[in-house]
Design a protein around this ligand. Structure first.
Ligand code: EPZ
Length: 448
């Protein structure tokens, strides 16, 4: 059994460890992260960036589309990976996880149901809807409930699958979907949706005929899924930005695929370097996926050097304010908004942060104000006034990226900062304390 900071991972296919998982989930809710800031902390050193959570989840689900084995490498060992593997196991998959390499196969289906328990733990479970329908003609998936960052309907997923011939109803909180065989269709997304695009691309890969998807999300994680599907034998073309043309095939095969680097984890460490006047080398990144973030960090005053998969950031003594507006890729990622807000609390002047993707993604603001930050929220805008000295306090994490922002704030707040409900952070960051500690931060996990 391999043990890593705070997360114990079964080495091989996980009969019987769901109970382990439940106990573990409960335990980590009682854990806290404590950051003791010695004045003028400057993070220094090298950090290895993990594979992307938002790329590995659809890649694992893609194994539903074939009986053959998928071999995935650079798999991040984060809690969401375990949630999706637990779900896949319940559907009938066998898997073997060794270090950051996963092999998974779905020789036959055992169930077509994604339970409320699992969907509640992770909304991305909705990704099984399209593949189950396309491969097995039937799917029963709990409707994802509320979410801390905003109302997150899945109407565009449903609408697209209905256009492909699925009969879909909602009963007792579950989406019930059936289709003899999905057929090709023309679908224009009203709004760019990442998992919506991924669900329909996977469904279309085995549908009868041609599907044309317009106004698709173009996130690197979507492109990486398309590459995996093509390796499995899918016929996908990307004639223009935001347009995907999929010729359905009868059968897909196995494949080997490397999970792309996590651009949001990399972005989080880049901000940490800018925030602490640090000097950090990030290894195993894909700089091209971070252009909107590096552009803003350079304007803020940081120096960034890029050499193939390595990025070096050197923070400056003075941080310049600026406005950011989140938007779909290649725009500034909403998943970096909270982290960037912390940086702007230390900028000399006023910044306006506009959140256009999710309607409730400012829950970190009240926590940052507990540290002394000066932020005013009105509608989709947060006005941040800096430079404001922060002083350590007890904080509550509300969602994954908000928790990352609280850790960043704790790195520059005087005294001690304690963050509760840290299981949010484990969902999407692998070994985050150990990585920050290797850069010089005084950070540890403590239990209640
Ligand atoms: C993905 O969520 C990511 N999750 C999110 O990352 C990320 O914040 C988001 O894309 C935006 O980049 C995964 O990839 C697993 P959307 P997703 O569908 O697909 C609206 C993180 O921190 N919408 O692109 O759920 C929706 O409400 C997470 O790692 C509809 O109205 O997001 C939102 O306003 C958080 N109807 C917008 O579209 C739909 O059917 C974009 O959402 C679908 C979406």
């Amino acid at each position: 059994m391999e043990s890593r900071e705070g997360i114990e991972l079964p080495e091989s296919s996980g009969r019987g460890h769901c109970i382990f998982r439940a106990i573990h989930l409960e335990f980590s809710r009682m854990e806290k992260i404590r950051i003791a800031n010695t004045d003028s902390l400057r993070l220094r050193g090298t950090v290895q960036i993990s594979g992307a959570k938002n790329a590995v989840l659809p890649a694992i689900v893609a194994s539903l589309l074939t009986e053959d084995t998928l071999r995935l490498t650079n798999v991040p060992l984060v809690k969401d990976v375990h949630t999706i593997l637990t779900l896949m196991k319940e559907l009938g998959a066998n898997y073997d996880l060794r270090g950051n390499s996963l092999s998974i196969a779905m020789p036959r289906i055992l169930s077509d149901e994604a339970s409320y328990e699992l969907v509640r733990a992770m909304r991305a479970s909705i990704l099984v809807l399209g593949p189950l329908l396309a491969k097995y003609g039937k799917a029963t998936v709990a409707l994802p409930g509320g979410c801390a960052i905003g109302s997150r309907p899945i109407d565009l997923h449903i609408h697209g699958l209905e256009k492909m011939g699925a009969a879909i109803s909602l009963e007792h909180g579950y989406i019930k979907a059936e289709a003899t065989r999905l057929h090709g269709a023309e679908v224009e997304f009203e709004k760019k949706t990442v998992t919506g695009t991924e669900n329909l691309v996977m469904a279309a890969a085995l549908a009868e005929g041609r599907t044309i998807l317009r106004n698709c999300a173009c996130e690197p994680e979507v492109n990486s899924l398309c590459e995996l599907l093509q390796k499995m034998g899918a016929r996908i073309e990307n004639p223009a930005s935001g347009v995907l043309v999929i010729e359905g095939v009868r059968k897909l095969g196995g494949a080997s695929h490397e999970i792309i680097p996590d651009r949001i984890e990399a972005g989080t460490f880049l901000v940490a370097g800018a925030l602490t006047q640090g000097d950090i080398l990030l290894a195993g990144t894909e700089p091209a996926h971070l252009e909107s973030v590096t552009e803003k960090l350079r304007i803020a005053g940081a120096a960034i050097e890029i050499d193939r998969d390595r990025m070096r950031i050197q923070g400056s003594a003075e941080i310049h304010p600026q406005d950011i507006t989140t938007s779909p890729y290649p725009g500034f990622p909403t998943d970096m908004q909270a982290q960037f807000m912390v940086l702007m609390t230390q900028a000399e002047g006023m910044s306006i942060i506009t959140e256009t993707i999710f309607d409730r993604r400012f829950s970190h603001v009240n926590e940052l104000m507990r540290l002394g930050a000066r932020i005013e929220v009105s509608g989709d805008k947060a006005v941040v006034r800096g430079r404001t000295p922060l002083s350590g306090a007890e904080l509550m994490a509300t969602d994954l990226r908000a928790s990352a922002s609280l850790i960043l704030a704790g790195l520059v707040a005087s005294g001690q900062t304690v963050i509760r409900d840290v299981d949010h952070i484990d969902r999407g960051y692998e070994n985050i304390e150990a990585k920050f500690r290797s850069l010089g931060a005084k950070i540890e996990r403590i239990s209640d």
